[in-house]
Design a protein around this ligand. Sequence first.
Ligand code: GUN
Ligand code: ZN
Length: 441
Amino acid sequence: MDAYRAAIVHMLHDPSQGRGDTAHEYFADGGLLIDNGVVAAVGAWADIKRQMTRGTQVHQFKNALIVPGFVDTHIHYPQIDVIASFGVQLLDWLNNYTFPAEQKFADQAHAAAMADFFLDELLKNGTTCALVFATVHKHATDTLFEAASKRRMRMIAGKVLMDRHAPAALCDTPQSGYADSAALIKKWHGKDRLSYAVTPRFAVTSSPEQLELAGRLLGEHNGVYMQTHMSENQKEIDLVRELYPDAPTYLSVYGGAGLLGERSVFAHCIHLDDSEFDGLARAGAGISFCPTSNLFLGSGLFNLNRAVSDGIKVGLGTDIGGGTSFSMFQTMNEAYKVCQLRGSPLDPLQSFYLATLGGAKTLNLDDRIGNLSPGKEADFLVLDLEATPLFAHRIALAPSIDEKLFVMSILGDDRLIGETYVHGKRVYAKPLRPDTITTAK
Ligand code: GUN
Ligand code: ZN
């Protein structure tokens, strides 16, 4: 067993559902007991100390906060090269920057190198679980799963399906996309901590036949997810209307093909109408709110309050490379600003919930990850509350955990991540501060 001693905060429920202070647990002097990669106990140090068995290794941290690992509900592994690409909105951004970058993944050596770079960057930023778009290439998807398996990460990913309105080098066919996805499902879905997501890029780049076959894959394989983009940008929406003239709404394009269910996650959803909000809620589907991307690409302001009050599952997504940071702190920062512009500031506990347990719920993984309750897989972070002089100064002035979380969400980035643990094992550590103590009992 290993015991970790520091302040601890995690969410038990969605704070927007009126649970008051019972939505989270905070231990100013807390303990986390891990046995075999799983949380055995969490609580006040005085209680945890009594539960330790002989030989328990104690890891004690000063000025640190233990939190669950972050969950990123929407990100593209082949888009690291396009972060910070200037001047255009979605459709031009895809054609000018993104498709050329994704074509490079035809080269297996490039794909393998970028898969390692990508997963290491996630862990350095404290993200221990993600729902990931690969490229259209089967081998590039395979190599991403391989790299995640090596790191024992919980990851859901899929090969992009795209059979039109994209460069020929990036197009599959409905049949080859179906066959490649089925082979990847067979190889990876349910292996280690990995799951597969059927991944039609969006309605613009998939023919009706391809969407039908994507729906068939979902019907044929138990527990497989579906991820796509929806209602991100006005020109995209106009184009979908032209391409699918008989569909009453954007959502109905996906719903009609059998792609709408409780394992479906739709990125963006900025310009939904009432029937689309209703449809997502009734299906138990999830939305990935991607604020850094939505602001960077000028896409619009997601209506978080509406989605949450309709009972739709919502998680945060970085959407690298339309998004501008791997850091979930920076994603919370921009989420706050989106909500400010909509006239309703985002509560810091709600924001922290979206980045952890809310993300896990959106991925139907809240029985396994998302908080530090006993029985959960031990994915957690040790945050360094003295990461920078400014941060240390400002956080010391924040008396409550709500205020501390808010300061973290506004000033935080990868410098706050002291250590990252995946399934109970430390997989990332910043150089330790000299006052960090490790002792054996
Ligand atoms: N819509 C279709 N493809 C993409 C993509 O790669 N990124 C974003 N942000 N939106 C998309
Ligand atoms: Zn995206």
